[in-house]
Design a binder for this molecule. Structure first.
Ligand SMILES: Cc1cc2nc3c(=O)[nH]c(=O)nc-3n(C[C@H](O)[C@H](O)[C@H](O)COP(=O)(O)O)c2cc1C
Length: 400
């Protein structure tokens, strides 16, 4: 079988050198990669590096090997085009259909999925022109990754950093695996919560739970590959930030509520995969609670935390917003799940069985997705990304 053909477009940002790592990962995993740099990109990394690493000439203009009509053929034959880094200039050209070099021509002729990994200074990213260009590209079905937050060129820090090449590679792998399926979440904003909240007792202790965040992160990653803008509200997860996702880190249930409600204001769907503590200690001790000789410990009084899923379901931030909950049950799994669905008023409830060595921290999951009309969608034991895709398969047709 022919290797899948990938075009790696490189535009003129400082992060061009990181695209060499992405190129290596793509070639080493069995893809035929053709690098199409812009003239500006060659100021950062030279033609020799791209050619040697890809095994193909790296041409910037349409005027070489004209008999092969490269300005049309390269795009037509590609299975995936990934532009990494994508400059503000490149996003503008792509959004407006300019075609003044080989990469912009390729973007116009490609019929395959297209991924952009923007990287630039925060001011350039936040500029209304760039934001509108990104929204246009997303609406047309391109996967545009949210840049990461961190160190930029020079001493600046902020949003605009090139995501880790390994994470961009994972996005490419997922987008390729979807083949000809349309990016059904293109132009949508989805919010996912992940991980487990921690409710502090004193400066060193907390009440927590065993959630690793893997299921929520899988939901965020798969939504990116389906074209969505994704906000991930992550509670105490040690997993690396997924590429292309806006990650808001939180600690407690109260912080999670605040972050989720804020992000949900303009969201098409909210998926609450985080394990949110039902109760928190009524009192927070400013100093470490001490063990005293001859004294029994004080009982820990608890108070209720806000019920974020019920609140989101009852008070939709916008008409047609879809709210999905998760129920982690240890016994009477389906009966408890049905009761929870009725109680919370959400649109779908993913019910899974959990235990000390079950589901939490595992790479796999097994669940049943319940809908208010009684429909049950069983998801067999498999990777958490497969369950995530099933959730999006069910959410996507309901979006208005
Ligand atoms: C040192 C340096 C670093 C730059 N880094 C970026 C960047 O990270 N992102 C960006 O959008 N533009 C960046 N630029 C500006 C672009 O190179 C410039 O807009 C250029 O016209 C882009 O051309 P291209 O989109 O055809 O590659 C940088 C320029 C210089 C001189």
């Amino acid at each position: 079988m022919d290797k899948p053909k990938i075009v790696l477009g490189v535009s003129g940002g400082i992060a061009a050198y990181k695209a060499c790592e992405l190129l290596r990962r793509l070639t080493e995993s069995g893809h035929d990669v053709r690098v199409v740099p812009t003239e500006s990109a060659l100021h950062f990394v030279g033609e020799a590096t791209w050619s040697a690493l890809s095994g193909h000439p790296a041409v910037t203009q349409v005027w070489e090997t004209v008999h092969e009509v490269p300005h049309v053929r390269i795009g037509q034959q590609a299975d995936l085009v990934v532009v990494a880094p994508a400059t503000a200039d490149m996003l503008a050209k792509a959004a407006h259909g300019l075609a003044d070099d080989l990469l912009t021509n390729t973007l116009l002729t490609a019929r395959c999925p297209v991924v952009f990994a923007p990287a630039m200074h925060t001011e350039m990213w936040e500029n209304a022109a760039t934001q509108e260009n990104v929204a246009t590209l997303r609406r047309r079905g391109a996967v545009v990754l949210e840049p990461a937050v961190g160190r930029l060129t020079g001493v600046d820090t902020g949003k605009g950093r090139f995501p880790e090449p390994g994470e961009i590679f994972e996005v490419c792998r997922r987008v390729l695996a979807r083949g000809a399926q349309a990016p059904d979440l293109a132009g949508r904003h989805v919010v996912v919560s992940a991980g487990g909240t921690r409710e502090p007792l004193d400066p060193v202790r907390y009440l927590g739970n065993r959630s690793s965040g893997k299921q929520g992160y899988a939901l965020a990653r798969t939504a990116v590959a389906r074209g969505a803008r994704v906000t991930l509200v992550a509670a105490n997860s040690e997993l690396p930030d997924p590429a292309g996702v806006d990650v808001v880190h939180v600690g407690t249930a109260v912080q999670l509520r605040e972050a989720v409600l804020k992000a949900a204001a303009d969201a098409d769907a909210v998926v609450m995969a985080a394990a949110v503590a039902d109760f928190r200690p009524a009192r927070y001790a400013e100093g470490k609670i001490k063990k005293r000789d001859g004294q029994e410990p004080e009982p820990v009084a608890l108070v209720r935390n806000p019920d974020v899923l019920a609140e989101l379901s009852a008070d939709r931030a916008r008409p047609g917003q879809i709210v999905v909950g998760f129920a982690a049950e240890t016994d009477d799994v389906l009966a408890n799940g049905r009761a929870k669905l009725a109680r919370k008023g959400c649109d779908l409830l993913v019910v899974n069985e959990v235990g000390e060595r079950r589901t939490f921290g595992s790479e796999e999951n097994e669940a049943v997705v319940l809908a208010p009309d009684g429909t049950e969608t069983p998801v067999p034991h498999g990777p958490k990304e497969a369950l995530a895709d099933t959730v999006w398969d069910l959410v996507s047709p309901c979006l208005t």
